[in-house]
Ligand binder design. Sequence first.
Ligand SMILES: Cc1cc2nc3c(=O)[nH]c(=O)nc-3n(C[C@H](O)[C@H](O)[C@H](O)COP(=O)(O)OP(=O)(O)OC[C@H]3O[C@@H](n4cnc5c(N)ncnc54)[C@H](O)[C@@H]3O)c2cc1C
Length: 153
Amino acid sequence: MAIDLVRSKSGAAVHARRHQVVIVGCGFGGLFAAKTLRRADVEITVIDRTNHHLFQPLLYQLATGILSEGDIAPPIRHVLRHQRNTHVVLGEVVDIDLDARQVTVDTLGQRSRIPYDSLIVATGASQFADDDRDLDYRLIQVGIGTQLTNELP
Ligand SMILES: Cc1cc2nc3c(=O)[nH]c(=O)nc-3n(C[C@H](O)[C@H](O)[C@H](O)COP(=O)(O)OP(=O)(O)OC[C@H]3O[C@@H](n4cnc5c(N)ncnc54)[C@H](O)[C@@H]3O)c2cc1C
């Protein structure tokens, strides 16, 4: 259902509200979900703790200096700029209240709550390797990819 009727205390419908979809994380999963819903009659909020969508398979090219950060990590707002039903929030989701249907977002120490009707959690996976000598693990962040570039002969 795309439209919810909001009712006054007397029970009369006062206005319609679009179905709110919150997507946490804008990697492959979150971005695909947002794009799939681009023509749906819903209001989408994409929340990510970084301002960019990182195309991880190209991290090797970043580390070897073939591509730059901007080539593989465009701003999420830029990627989704033509999607009228979508807005982007920078911040880390630190809590999900399933009963109240709200997520709590921490943006530079400032906390806010965002309500949802439908929630998509696309926060990726933690790495199996936690040894900083492991190349894949070190490639996972753009900043580290840049650092590796400087270390390569
Ligand atoms: C070097 C490398 C090469 C790869 N090559 C390939 C390949 O050739 N083919 C292939 O299919 N796959 C490849 N992969 C794997 C592929 O990139 C990942 O499977 C894919 O990126 C996972 O997407 P995701 O959306 O699940 O998670 P991610 O891309 O990790 O996205 C998760 C997003 O959630 C955000 N996030 C996390 N927690 C929070 C929070 N609490 N609040 C707000 N935001 C949050 C993160 O900032 C991130 O933007 C490769 C990976 C690497 C590292």
